[in-house]
Write a protein that binds this ligand. Structure first.
Ligand code: SUG
Length: 444
């Protein structure tokens, strides 16, 4: 068996809600104040993961983080019992409380940048948790992500770094701004880092550029990558202004294929040439470029066509796009998908998947997963309780039904009962995923 590309999905936490926290994320803004369904969301996510496991892909799970993050509120001067910390903070600043309640770690594409061992100097699999410095609610994720990755990927085969310094110069959003192309997963590949801005410049955009060139370069260095095989590309400001707050909203790639919107990169010709050069001697990249006339960027962003999982499915000779169901409901993207699969290009099939609960916060099928290329030996080292199978799926669905609310309004975050509810759920989860009984801060 050679190396495979596994998907680790973020298990959606019990406080999933629509607080409108992400400036520049059109869906998050549009749905601010809507009633969410944490139970519906977690079941959608588990369903997506289970379907890929059933089809023969290796599928893992990353645990949610403890929310509310009461430690964060304590650092801001709130004191007393956890309940009174929450109550006082809610009275003083409900928006702050919404930030520490966000279930945003579900978007595992933002958990880390990952370099497979085939690309690294020391032949270990390197991961750098994202610091998510740009948004308040996500900037609290990095350290806990590091702990989670250590629990899921233990042992010498893996090198889990600390997040980059939590500073605007090193703003980093993880694999959502990273694409790896290769001939075979286990062979050396080309690592493409996409950044929105350089730290020194005065950003003129309508929305924040969340990734800096400096953070990309630091990660490439820390992972011990061969710089000849690394490409640093600037995301188009037009794409960010249209709502592509991560590159994976307008671009996805796997193996030799890069699927992207024509407006994704600031200098497209230069970007493609750099990729060709970095791949020279390894493989010829295949570019599938989607024209504005076929899919206007507006539709690309509302339907999340490029936030699909691009997958080599067992038994298929062409790639499959695991696309949000919104792409079937949008005329331009549905027509484009029909055209794509009728042609003889590298993408031969499109499957539509319903992850609407996450989509309403700007997270499609590709946001929900972290891709990790694993050799057989590395796969054998992964915490087996975090891998999806029939029994685990049933157990996790039962667990969610026992603990999750069916409806949650952002105003419900002021309800002190939610603290205990969410802790009871996560405490039970540590047993199911074999994370140890001191995994979460509230357990220690
Ligand atoms: O960072 N939404 C996330 C969506 C992340 C999508 N990930 C990728 N593209 N890979 C974000 O903007 C919204 C939370 C709220 O508004 O309540 C949020 O954080």
């Amino acid at each position: 068996m050679s190396a495979i590309e596994a998907n680790f999905d973020g298990l959606i936490g019990p406080t999933h809600n629509y607080a409108g926290l992400s400036f520049g994320n059109v869906a998050s803004d549009k749905n601010r104040g809507a009633v969410s369904s944490p139970l519906g969301a977690v079941l959608e996510g588990l369903g997506k993961a289970k379907a890929l496991a059933d089809a023969g892909l290796v599928q893992g799970i990353l645990p949610p983080q403890a929310r509310p993050d009461t430690e964060y509120l304590r650092r801001l001067g709130f004191s007393g019992s956890d309940t009174s910390v929450l109550e006082t903070a809610w009275r003083a600043d409900p928006v702050l409380v919404r930030n520490v309640y966000s279930a945003s770690p579900m978007w595992a594409a933002n958990a880390a940048m990952v370099s497979p061992s085939a690309d690294t100097q020391d032949r270990r699999l390197h991961m750098t948790p994202a610091n998510l410095a740009t948004t308040l609610h996500r900037s609290i994720e990095g350290k806990s992500t590091q702990n989670a990755l250590n629990a899921v990927f233990p042992g010498q085969a893996f090198k889990v770094h600390a997040p980059l310094p939590l500073q605007s110069t090193f703003a980093d959003e993880g694999a959502a701004n990273h694409v790896r192309l290769c001939a075979e997963h286990g062979e050396p590949g080309v690592e493409i880092f996409v950044y929105g801005r350089e730290s020194g410049e005065t950003w003129q955009g309508r929305y924040p550029a969340r990734q800096t060139r400096e953070s990309c370069e630091a990660i490439a260095r820390a992972h011990g990558l061969d710089m000849k095989r690394c490409v640093f590309i600037r995301q188009a400001q037009a794409a960010i202004d249209a709502g592509a707050f991560h590159n994976d909203v307008v671009c996805v790639g796997t193996l030799k294929t890069l699927f992207f919107h024509t407006l994704a990169f600031e200098d497209k010709a230069e970007a493609l040439e750099q990729i060709r050069q970095a791949a020279a001697g390894l493989f010829d990249p295949i570019f599938v470029e989607v024209a504005e006339a076929d899919v206007p960027i507006r539709d690309a962003i509302s339907s999340y066509l490029f936030n699909s999982q691009l997958l080599a499915m067992p038994g298929d000779d062409r790639l499959m796009l695991n696309a949000p169901i919104e792409c079937e409901e949008t005329d331009s993207t549905r027509n484009y998908c029909d055209m794509l699969t009728a042609g003889n290009g590298p993408i031969g099939r499109v499957n539509f998947v319903d992850v609407r609960q996450s989509m309403r916060n700007g997270g499609g099928p590709a946001c929900l997963r972290l891709r990790v290329v694993l050799t057989p030996a590395e796969l054998a080292s992964v915490n087996p309780a975090c891998l999806m199978n029939d029994a685990r799926y049933e157990t996790l669905c039962d667990w969610a039904r026992a603990h999750y609310r069916d409806a949650l309004h952002p105003d419900d975050l002021g309800d002190p009962a939610l603290i205990e509810e969410s802790r009871t759920a996560l405490d039970a989860l540590t047993g199911l995923l074999d994370l140890g009984s001191d995994f979460y801060p509230f357990q220690r």
